[in-house]
Ligand binder design. Sequence first.
Ligand SMILES: Cc1cc2nc3c(=O)[nH]c(=O)nc-3n(C[C@H](O)[C@H](O)[C@H](O)COP(=O)(O)O)c2cc1C
Length: 174
Amino acid sequence: MSHTVVIYAHPYPDRSRANRVLFDAVKSLPNVDARPICDLYPDFAIDVEAEQAALLRADLIVWQHPIYWYTVPAMLKLWWEKVLTHGWAYGDGARVLSGKRCLWVTTTGGDASAYDEGGMHAHPFSVYEPVVRQTARFCHMHWLEPLIIHGAHRMNDEQRAAYATLYRERLGAR
Ligand SMILES: Cc1cc2nc3c(=O)[nH]c(=O)nc-3n(C[C@H](O)[C@H](O)[C@H](O)COP(=O)(O)O)c2cc1C
């Protein structure tokens, strides 16, 4: 079973309905290092050494978060800026993350039709994806099919549980 690190960025974890269920479903799996970075670093002082060490140990790196303003919450953006450094994650022959798999797990408030051409968000969701995908690729990671969950506001308990099961399966749990 692969060793997984889950970088979980939810700025309001106590208010979460969707991501909390997902995170709770995987955080105690034996092969998972669960890192709720908004809780770990409430003052934004990310421990870069600890985060990089966690990435080195992992062969599957998960970025899990709600979509905020069409992209990752600021905390995950800060984590990218601090942790994925030049000479370590990219550039100058840096290859420490090379070949590690990257799984993007994200939820949107808008349902799938809100991301239709002419829908509330005006563009298909795939338009908003390349920044995240290319961040992984620029660091030489292998991009996996993401787990994108639309309509998080309207999900019922059964749907949340079904996605939680799917998420556990994506992390190799039986
Ligand atoms: C500041 C903020 C920005 C948001 N931006 C978007 C957005 O751009 N697109 C979208 O579909 N939902 C957006 N949402 C809705 C969240 O994605 C949604 O509340 C979240 O996925 C639900 O997951 P949770 O129950 O774990 O919080 C936004 C919510 C907040 C608070």
